[in-house]
Design a protein around this ligand. Structure first.
Ligand code: PEP
Ligand code: MG
Length: 596
């Protein structure tokens, strides 16, 4: 390897979240909010910037009013009145007019204008010899950061439209909603300062088949638009100014993968069966109707998880029942002759539709999310259930509720489902009279009551992404605690085992649809623990099948028995990895740069 200091090559390490390698010019989307991006806008763009500002002011006002309402409910009106000062800042016409003037006269983007003017006001107030006025400076800064945050959330797409050629996107962070909108023809790959492997941003990158690395700490501070870089989504590296030797080695790696893909393609129509004859169902996780063709192309047996929330985001209105029906029907047709498991809406956490009143919560993943939100926003839930039932006429559709934490939620959801069925019947609308219902097991309380739940549903699908975060109290989005997010933690082994045992005792099947199902390192363990189905993003399905077909169930069972006795997550992981590597070395070694 050439001397990196002489060549200017610089390597940044992060978390590999989406396989593949790309090389190209960098487009810097955004740095940490503390450095507010400032860019010039054209005459025609000024009006857009003012409109963005107005929208961000409205959003901020609604968010503060919502916080005020919940504080008032929890602590009384007096404590909630502190937010009146924040609302007053947002209504201060002198400040807002000055920001608008700055946009119009200096031709700059709205977040830069808002930051400059509000900071001038705050500094002036902070210097006054009056305690009351000094406190108002803090209010202005607080409100200002909320407005800028909202502007940056809405602003990503505006930046994205400014690409002139295919490029590598570098950003401090990237929301799942923005990621879902990336144009594969223009974005070769991306890397972010923040993020972790099971964030929805990472999941979308895998389903788009775009190489991605996240959690590269302060990467966005070192790269500029126009720089040349490589994103290595196999090994979690971003390489600035790659040398010719580096590019040559990556060329070899890409070629090795291409020949592996050809070899795996031969397995497409073969079953996922171990050497000693144990048969698993291998299905695909998909996010949108456009993913339909990839289901059979990757050799999956239907869809084990259709994340329907992407039909609801990046748009101004809710999708109608008809629109949903057409989407679900389209995916059901693409999944045939196999089944399609439609997961009912799982918005909240890190995914909120833009037309939805996004509540400010201190713990969004523990808050108003998934089935909890649907049981309160029943209009939206009913229209989704009706659309699924109608699409059930065309294909073999099953319904899956996310985030079930207690029996009452399941019973309430089923009662609403029965009402939707009765309504369709009385209206004479064709629909599936009988649809299998299952649930995701992704909350520790669901594992604890798995016996009771198993009596009431047709299947379980273990959502390991959330089950890990809730079991270990490790935020799945936070790169600072990513080292604690251990799929092979002994507690997880026990939970998966208990879930499988409960399901099988009641004669129902159990799958895994979290990212563990696509992780070659732990697949031997999942097999040994007795799961019946694995559902993963289409791009990894061929490799999973390749591995399963070289494993022996007998060995996988011995591995799982050991794991259930073990006290060490690293020992469990290395045993599982070792078994996989022994069985199918070519699947593991092809990711190493410089390997032959
Ligand atoms: C999971 O939690 O494992 C899962 C599949 O759901 P999501 O990643 O969408 O939360
Ligand atoms: Mg989940």
């Amino acid at each position: 390897m050439p001397d990196p200091t002489r060549t200017g090559e610089k390597v940044f390490r992060g978390i590999a979240v989406s396989a593949g390698v790309c090389h190209g010019k960098v487009f810097l989307l955004g740095r940490l909010a503390s450095s507010i991006p400032e860019y010039e806008v054209s005459d025609g763009g000024v009006q857009d910037q003012v409109a963005r500002l107005e929208r961000a002011l409205v959003d901020t006002r609604m968010q503060i009013a919502e916080v005020q309402r919940s504080v008032s409910e929890a602590m009384g009106a007096e404590d909630a009145s502190i937010f009146d000062a924040h609302l007053l800042v947002l209504e201060d016409q002198t400040l807002i007019n000055e920001v608008v003037r700055a946009i119009q006269q200096k031709h700059i983007n709205s977040e830069a204008a808002f930051h400059q003017i509000s900071e001038r006001y705050a500094t002036a107030l902070g210097a006054v010899d009056d305690e009351y006025l000094r406190e108002r400076a803090a209010d202005i800064r607080d409100v200002s950061s909320r407005v800028i945050h909202n502007l940056q959330g809405n602003g990503d797409l505006l930046h994205l439209n400014r690409f002139k050629e295919p490029c590598i996107l570098i950003s401090h962070e990237l929301s799942p909603c923005t990621t879902a909108q990336l144009d594969k023809k223009m974005v070769l790959g991306f890397a972010t300062d923040t993020g972790a492997r099971t964030s929805h941003t990472a999941i979308i990158a895998r389903s788009l088949h775009i190489p991605a690395v996240v959690g590269v700490k302060d990467l966005s501070q070192h790269l500029e638009t126009g720089h040349h870089a490589v994103v290595d989504g196999y090994n979690g590296l971003v390489i600035l100014n790659p040398t010719d030797q580096t590019l040559f080695e990556y060329g070899q790696l890409v070629r090795r993968h291409a020949s592996l893909d050809v070899e795996l393609q031969d397995l497409r129509d073969k079953p996922a069966v171990t050497l000693d004859g144990a048969r698993l169902v291998l299905s695909a996780n998909i996010d949108q109707l456009e993913d339909g063709p990839s289901i059979s192309a990757c050799g999956a047996e239907g869809v084990g998880l259709y994340r329907t929330e992407y039909l609801f985001i990046n748009r101004d209105t809710l999708p109608t029942e008809e629109e949903q029906y057409l989407a679900y029907r389209g995916v059901a047709e693409a999944a045939q002759p196999h089944s399609l498991i439609v997961r009912t809406l799982d918005i909240g956490g890190d995914k909120f539709p833009s037309h939805f009143q996004n509540p400010t919560e201190s713990n969004p993943f523990l808050g108003w999310r998934a089935i909890r939100l649907c049981l309160q926003e029943q209009g939206m839930f009913r229209s989704q259930l009706r659309a699924i039932l109608r699409a059930g006429v065309v294909g073999n559709i099953k319904i899956m509720y996310p985030m079930i934490s207690c029996l009452a939620e399941l019973e309430q959801a089923n009662a609403i489902l029965a009402e939707c069925q009765a309504e369709l019947r009385s209206q004479g609308v064709p629909h599936a009279a009988c649809v299998e219902v299952g649930i995701m097991i992704e909350i520790p309380s669901a594992v604890a009551i798995a016996e009771s739940l198993a009596r009431r549903v047709k299947f379980f699908s273990i959502g390991t992404n959330d089950l890990i975060q809730y079991t270990l109290a490790v935020d799945r989005l936070n790169e600072r605690v990513a080292h604690l997010y251990q799929a092979t933690h002994p507690a997880l082994m026990q939970f998966i085992h208990q879930t499988v045992q409960a399901a099988h005792r009641h004669g129902i099947w159990v799958g895994v649809c979290g990212e563990m199902a696509g992780d070659l390192d732990v697949i031997p363990l999942l097999l040994g623990l007795g799961v019946d189905e694995l559902s993963a993003t289409p791009s990894v399905v061929p490799e999973i099948k390749g591995l399963i077909r070289r494993l022996k169930m007998e060995e996988a069972k011995a591995l799982a028995a050991c794991a259930l006795e073990s006290e060490s997550d690293t020992a469990i992981l290395s045993r599982s990895r070792e078994l996989g590597r022994r069985a199918a070395p070519h699947l593991f070694e092809s990711n190493q740069r410089g390997a032959v």
